[in-house]
Design a binder for this molecule. Structure first.
Ligand SMILES: [Zn+2]
Length: 291
């Protein structure tokens, strides 16, 4: 385990926030989340980069589990079908074609869709299976951003739920700054610690996801992190599709009335997000440009 300073303000002034267990493991070990004076919540101490891989091995890890051919898997695939098109439209309002780098792109569903739309796509991921891609010839895969050459410039760089998994944020932004065109756009989607459903689930709120999720952003701290690395947010959105997903994963199995609770929390959360906007959504998407 390693201890770190706040990645947003660089200071070391934190108070305990919450202790959570690994929702995918029988291991009784508790992980400590801390809250910095600047309001940023993060996992501290945390497994080092060299030791994190074992925590992704659970057969119950959702991106793997949901791709199965059961009822939940079918719902997940439908939501994913809608979501990749939603993401595509957000990008198309800036650029209709070009070069895209998907950081932490997992099994490549988004990269694949973009390649089919004519984009030249690079996918970076350390642990991913790309066997199911239909247009793999238009996709370059890399394990590390460092290996992408200096003459490869991207119009678009995306981090769909990957920022919260990345250990070395300084190195990440250095690479993004190196690889993104001066007029390019950076899209970052992360779970929102101000999600309306969080208080109903407390320690079992799935996006705490210790020790895989290292950071817990809200719009303010995400904005501060981007400013620190010379990016400004030009648009922000609520990811409504993450509300049912988070609730489904947070529900405590085998307890009575959980389905009723889930439905009520779902309607409450959607109404709050509709009324109060991305700052109070389950996940936030921000689109940034170089400042
Ligand atoms: Zn801080």
């Amino acid at each position: 385990m390693e201890t770190i300073k706040c990645i947003v303000c660089g200071k070391n002034k934190t108070t305990p926030y919450i202790e959570v267990s690994d929702r995918l493991s029988q291991n009784p070990e508790l992980y400590q989340l801390v809250k910095c004076d600047c309001n940023f919540v993060y996992l501290n101490p945390r497994p080092s980069e060299d030791n994190i891989a074992t925590h992704y091995n659970s057969p119950n890890y959702d991106p793997h589990n949901f791709s199965k051919d059961n009822k939940l898997g079918k719902i997940y695939k439908l939501v994913q079908w809608v979501t990749v098109r939603w993401k595509f439209r957000k990008i198309a309002s800036f650029y209709q074609s070009g070069k895209l780098l998907d950081v932490g792109g997992g099994n490549g569903e988004f990269a694949d869709f973009m390649a089919l739309q004519g984009w030249k796509v690079y996918l970076q991921d350390k642990i991913s299976k790309l066997d199911n891609l239909s247009d793999s010839k238009n996709i370059n895969t890399v394990q590390n951003l460092e290996t992408i050459k200096d003459d490869e410039y991207f119009n678009v760089i995306t981090l769909w739920h990957s920022l919260e998994h990345i250990h070395n944020i300084e190195k990440l932004y250095f690479q993004i700054n190196r690889l993104l065109k001066p007029d390019g756009i950076l899209l970052i989607a992360v779970p929102n610690i101000n999600a309306p459903e969080r208080t109903f689930f407390n320690k079992t709120w799935a996006p705490f996801d210790a020790p895989r999720h290292l950071y817990h952003f809200q719009l303010k701290t995400l904005n501060e992190l981007c400013s620190k690395y010379k990016f400004k947010i030009v648009r922000k959105y609520s990811l409504f599709q993450d509300t049912p997903y988070n609730i489904l994963l947070s529900i405590e199995k085998n307890k009575p009335f959980q389905i009723i609770k889930g439905v009520l929390v779902f309607y409450y959360s959607i109404i709050v997000t509709l009324l109060r906007g991305p700052e109070h959504s389950s996940s936030i998407l921000v689109i940034c440009r170089k400042a």
